[in-house]
Design a protein around this ligand. Structure first.
Ligand code: 5GP
Ligand code: MN
Length: 341
């Protein structure tokens, strides 16, 4: 395995962990498998080290992750703001996982930013925002969980990874790579998989729970979206699905129900990118995926003030769903230059 980790950074992280006791682990809004896997995975490691760790997330994680060991330890800021506030104020160290700029934490951002203790960033997004004392950012990595694994190994602490920690870390790798089907250029990922399986992790259980379990309503919503709402733009090799709040309500939408939907149009032969727009409570949530190195992050960045990775990105739009859709359609031709001939 390539030693990609800067040893000085690993040493500095180790020193901060050793001199801290109360350690807050936090992540981005609408947390996914990598955000929860990396924070809860570190929680297990720190508990094993005899520390006093806390996972604090901006809002509710999806139920598909509730199988993770000690999922109930996760404190949700929107549900328990006072508890979260006290915990952050009393922290010796805050570790920010799986996001690159404070805004990705929504309403939790001010609390984390104003905290006086030292902060560490552990992340794999482009353009880290320089808001922590120690910045560990590796955009080439498949997931923050891969990075956490490599850091633990670089600190010489592989032995301290127990089955629960390994389960969380493998979950983030599996969700961010869609079970080893994207972001897997570096063969090291299979050695990391092997090292995690050696900890008696049940990979089948992770794949079943985190990727392949849903409600009947969610399945029907996907069928509806594909049969009635999918628009194909052959000249741009792109597609769009929009779902309004009313449509979501008809299928008793719950958070996570449209997870994976944005990937489906990429199954169409010749399709290079796919955009999904969902009318959320306070914004239109834009989600984008691509293949062939087409940079959907550019679309999300330029049109919706978002970002992410080349082949998986997102953003938020403040306005109507129809306006959001029109902006995309009007600007699609600007991104044709990224299509490979
Ligand atoms: P998803 O489509 O699963 O919500 O997000 C895919 C990726 O896009 C995430 O890993 C995240 O990096 C990025 N992303 C999603 N939403 C936003 C957003 O609102 N702003 C930024 N900067 N990145 C986002
Ligand atoms: Mn991630």
């Amino acid at each position: 395995m390539d030693r990609l980790i800067d040893n000085l950074k690993a040493k500095e992280l180790q020193r901060l962990l050793e001199e801290s006791n109360r350690i807050v682990l936090t992540c981005h809004v609408r947390p996914d498998g990598d955000a929860i896997g990396s924070t809860l995975g570190l929680w297990h490691l720190l508990r094993h080290m005899g520390k006093d760790p806390y996972v604090i997330v901006p809002d509710k994680p999806p139920v598909s992750l509730s199988f993770l060991p000690n999922f109930k330890e996760i404190a949700i800021f929107t549900s328990h703001p006072d508890y979260c506030r006290k915990t952050v104020e009393n922290a010796d160290l805050i570790i920010c996982c799986d996001f690159n700029v404070p805004q990705r934490q929504d309403s939790l951002a001010p609390l984390i930013q104003e905290a006086r203790c030292k902060k560490v960033l552990i992340d794999h997004h482009e353009e880290p925002g320089h808001f922590t004392d120690l910045e560990i950012s590796y955009p080439k990595m498949s997931s923050t969980c891969e990075l956490v694994f490599r850091l633990i190994a670089a600190m010489g602490m592989y032995e301290d990874i127990n089955q629960d920690c390994a389960t969380c870390l493998l979950t983030g790798i599996i969700t961010d790579t869609r079970n080893f089907s994207v972001n897997i250029k570096n063969p090291d990922i299979y050695e990391i998989l092997m090292r995690l399986l050696e900890k008696d992790v049940d990979k089948e259980k992770i794949v079943k729970n985190a990727l392949n379990t849903r409600s009947l309503n969610s399945l029907k919503l996907e069928a509806y979206a594909i049969s009635k709402k999918l628009e194909i733009f052959p000249e741009h090799r792109g597609s769009l699905i929009t779902l309004s709040a009313d449509e979501l309500k008809k299928f008793d939408y719950e958070r996570g129900d449209t997870e994976g939907l944005v990937n489906r149009p990429l199954e169409v032969r010749g399709m290079i990118y796919s955009i999904f727009m969902r009318e959320d409570q306070d914004c239109i949530k834009v989600s984008a995926r691509s293949c062939d190195e087409f940079p959907v992050s550019e679309i999300c960045k330029t049109l919706y003030g978002g970002g992410g990775h080349i082949q998986a990105a997102g953003g938020e739009f403040h306005g109507s769903l129809e306006e959001c859709r029109e902006i995309l359609i009007k600007n699609m031709s600007k991104f044709d230059k990224y299509l490979k001939t």
